[in-house]
Design a binder for this molecule. Structure first.
Ligand code: UN1
Length: 501
């Protein structure tokens, strides 16, 4: 077995041990005995060091031209292109996603770098007329300061870049606190920016537990923005905390209970494939994975048979193998949580259609593997399994009769993130779009696979209602107005007199 890699904090352009010297282990989801990396268990002191360095770097960074700032993203993009395959393999080992999905995650990160590089040359505000002919008004964006990015393990490359790239390009400095399950991928991101020659302190990375090093970043008066992707419980604490500060703002992406609405006139084979992808890609561990399939009663049996048959045949295995569809879950605790929900579904009266469980293959015995769990259940908002986010290959098939019945059942939920409607009827497509609450919507597609130039975010428990990805420019900048008088005297708008006695 190869030696575990040494992972360090990156603060002020230097690779540092945490002040306490304490460390944590980064384990392989495929073989939990295997330690891939040793990383810092940072504390408040380390967080404060990173904040001081980000604060110090801010004035010079924001004064640099927007286009020059963006050129660092282009430099990193070139390196990522060079290393794509190696990054994907490392990710498969560290986070357990099948290789094809890891490649897409790397490409999504690359697209993010390219998108924000290009966007630097696009307008950053408007020119507006005034009531007074001698005046012009402008809008512009001003960076906010130090941005804290707290990111999950399920997209360990793309999501940190989603948050870092707009923050840096708009002139903020950044502290990344990556998930403790995927520190190696975060280390790679820091290395790229270091190699690109980013000035010290503009990007900092601190590793460790959320409670120990993430929280001090959130509560500190000198951090202005918190960008968080993770659980509703943590996101909600962050929102409450940031609300107490006069000058702090949070954007939180906090999961979903996403759904597909499948009508009898759908393109059947396409829809079955879309449902398999939505429910089981990433083993259901996406914020946008579908765990509720609303199926019109007239095709319920036919759809169920086809869907269950496909799910039964999905290949569970080592994520570094090309033909694996379902890799291991991220941790043993994650698997126990999913198993708990599978049991709960039965207790709540689910009719189980497929329960693959833990694979018996001895090659997978040390991994966090679990296969698909599919059940049929009538909609009932009191059932916890139909309300709570499971984050695993666990999916309910729920019958509906009419379009209004589908809308009512769909909206009867705590989360509102991704929605897909499958029908050939354009009127139904539009009705669903107008009547259902969601942030990321699809027609005749799975609920997964959003592209980086779209806004990405949900409502209710799914987020702050301020989307992420391309929409983040609004969160990391303040839109200021700037009005200039070219006249030789003061003339006021709104009919206000400018006479001064
Ligand atoms: C997530 O689920 O946390 O839309 C992010 C998608 C990916 C991003 C998912 N582009 O499926």
């Amino acid at each position: 077995m190869p030696e575990p890699q040494r992972i360090l904090n990156y603060i002020g352009g230097r690779w540092l041990h945490p002040a306490s010297e304490a460390t944590l282990e980064d384990r392989s989801p495929h073989d939990w005995r295997r330690v891939l990396g040793i990383f810092p268990r940072s504390q408040k002191e380390d967080a404060e060091r990173a904040i001081a360095s980000a604060q110090e770097a801010f004035p010079a960074w924001r004064r640099l031209s927007r286009i020059k700032r963006a050129e660092y993203l282009d430099t990193v993009a070139q390196m990522v292109k060079r290393d794509q395959e190696e990054l994907a393999l490392l990710m498969a080992q560290e986070c357990g996603k099948p290789l094809v999905e890891c490649r897409a995650d790397v490409v999504e990160g690359l697209h993010t770098l390219q998108y924000w590089f290009g966007r630097a040359r696009m307008p950053l505000g408007d020119v507006l007329a005034s009531e007074i002919a001698e005046k012009d008004s402008f809008t512009l964006r001003k960076p906010k300061g130090v941005v804290v990015c707290i990111t999950p393990w399920n997209f360990p490359f793309a999501i940190p870049l989603w948050l870092i790239c707009p923050s840096l390009m708009e002139g903020n400095t950044v502290i990344l606190k990556p998930a403790e399950e995927t520190p190696l991928m975060a280390q790679r991101i820091a290395q790229y920016f270091h190699e690109a020659g980013l000035p010290p302190g503009v990007l900092n990375v601190v590793h460790g537990y959320g409670e120990e090093v993430g929280w001090p970043l959130v509560v500190h008066p000198d951090t202005q923005v918190v960008l968080f992707t993770g659980s509703y419980q943590v996101g909600s604490l962050i929102r409450q905390e940031t609300a107490r500060h006069p000058n702090k703002f949070a954007v939180c992406e906090t999961g979903g209970k996403n759904a597909m609405i499948i009508f009898e006139d759908c393109d059947f084979d396409l829809t079955v494939n879309a449902a398999v992808m939505a429910a089981f890609r990433t083993s259901g561990q996406r914020c946008v994975s579908a765990s509720r399939l609303f199926v019109q009663e007239s095709i319920l049996d036919r759809f169920t048979r086809a869907f269950v048959e496909k799910a039964r045949r999905l290949r569970i295995g080592d994520p570094t193998q090309e033909d694996t569809f379902i890799g291991p879950l991220i941790t043993p605790e994650a698997r126990e949580k999913v198993e708990g929900y599978n049991r709960l579904a039965k207790e709540e009266g689910a009719q189980v259609l497929l329960e693959v469980g833990r694979p018996t293959d001895s090659a997978l015995q040390y991994g966090n593997y679990i296969g698909p769990f599919i059940y049929r259940m009538e909609h009932d908002s009191r059932k916890r399994v139909l309300r709570e986010e499971v984050f695993g290959p666990h999916v309910a098939i729920i019958p509906f009769t009419s379009i209004d019945d589908a809308v009512r059942k769909y909206n009867d939920a705590d989360y509102a993130f991704a929605l897909s409607v499958c029908t050939r009827d354009y009127r139904k497509q539009r009705y669903i779009r107008e009547e259902c609450e969601f942030g990321v919507g699809y027609v005749n597609l799975p609920t997964i696979g959003a592209e980086v130039h779209l806004p990405f975010g949900g409502l209710r428990r799914s987020g702050t209602g301020m989307p992420s990805a391309s929409a983040l420019a609004d969160a990391v900048t303040h839109r200021a107005s700037w009005t200039v008088n070219y006249g030789t005297e003061i003339r006021m708008a709104q009919g206000l007199t400018s006479e001064v006695p």
